[in-house]
Design a protein around this ligand. Sequence first.
Ligand code: ADP
Ligand code: GLC
Length: 492
Amino acid sequence: MTTPTTTCKILFASSEAYPLIKTGGLGDVSGALPSALAALGQEIRLVLPAYREVLEQKGRIKKIARMDLPLGRVTLLEHLLPGSRVKVWLVDFPPYFDRPGNPYHGANGLPWPDNAERFALFCQAVHALALDQAGVGWKPDLVHCNDWQTGLVPALLSRHGERPATLFTIHNLAYQGLFPESTFGVLDLPWSFWSSEALEFWGQLSFLKGGVVFADRINTVSPTYAREIQTPQFGCGLDGLLRHRSDRLTGILNGIDRGWNPARDPALTKNYSLRNPEGKSANKRALQRELGLPPSAGTPLLAFVGRLVEQKGIDLLLEILPEITELPAQMVFLGSGERHYEESLRRMARLHPERISVRTGFDEPLAHRIEAGADIFVMPSRFEPCGLNQMYSLRYGTPPVVHRVGGLADTVVDTTPATLRNGTATGVVFDEASGSALLEAVKRAVLLYGEQKRYWRPMQRHGMAQDFSWKSSAERYLELYRETLGGRISPD
Ligand code: ADP
Ligand code: GLC
């Protein structure tokens, strides 16, 4: 058994980390959890691909090693995660990573055609670093891998007797890194991996299975999602395997980063807090002005921020949008994703310019201003491994309307007479992924909003008082690392 004061050496591998590069919640988590672990005294290195966007940022980047990997010769660069003391190792291979835009797809919205090679090379680099083969003189006790882009790491490491322990975190089971069989040969992987017991998934190569099959421990980002993925409904074809590994599978809720704090958020028109909530109304006025909606203090302002994909239930929202325009309400959207959703939203905004406003693209400061300026946040996800936006909304005094799944079920308490009485009500929760259930929930939120003193303010206060700090989530991760390691931590 290890003592609580023992330092763990952790190599944290991810394909994105805020503020260097972010497309969604994985970026938020990988930017915040390593710092929270470092604050708990752990020795941590974050490893990322050296995308162009990352290399263009300020700060000193130095070369620390070269590595000859099966898929190419890479340079290892060292940087600091901005705003922290966490060292970031960047795997530099310009043919794969020095390109403009999104890490996963081109400007046409289609995945980069060489994604299998790109992330296999990244996994080979992490594998070499895990075994200290790059000559940097640092050997981790544990490699913490995140999502399919790192899935080959536990598989590659499983072939070594002397190796660090591995933890694989599933942020979203629906993205599996599936590629045609022909890709397998190109990646220079051991032939023994081409089996349904390893990386083969119904005739395709699955990066995600590398993590799910071979990692010493698996976790996901909320306790409810950890249970859900073991059912056919949410298991994306892997529920049997996950049930088989259920004694190794847990759920740890994400935290939210200190940057999401209305009392200090520099993106806001006016800062406010649980104790001084008055500033919120100035943010609402400013948001209505910015997004071209008629300023109206008493009209409930609904909001959606997120990827425009089926997962987020954007189709359900579009289905009921005509009814929403008939309510005494306004609604703002910020999102990017599938073109047809963007176009349908824009069409609705053109038809109802007084009621609906839409911004497409990725705009981090606007996301903050929306959390602060809106009254009600709508998050009707069909499934949601954790979800960060509902937690941001709670902290910003913008009670969320959510579907009872995954992390949404674990973080939002429905408003009922009982939860109002015992001071736990924080939002509106609905049970069925349908337009009618969503509409009924939105109407319920609007009614509650109408009763400011009796219902709405207490809900806002309960939500703002929740503790979603990374510290407690990082403590849970540390416990999990220790369980995974058993007695294997190196002495201080
Ligand atoms: P997911 O990771 O599934 O996209 P999360 O709720 O965990 O969902 O995290 C989404 C993160 O990405 C949040 O920080 C959210 O504010 C941000 N985000 C999503 N879409 C946009 C956008 N269009 N502009 C700015 N931020 C966005
Ligand atoms: C994924 C999930 C989201 C989660 C995020 C961070 O993108 O879709 O629910 O919050 O990862 O773990």
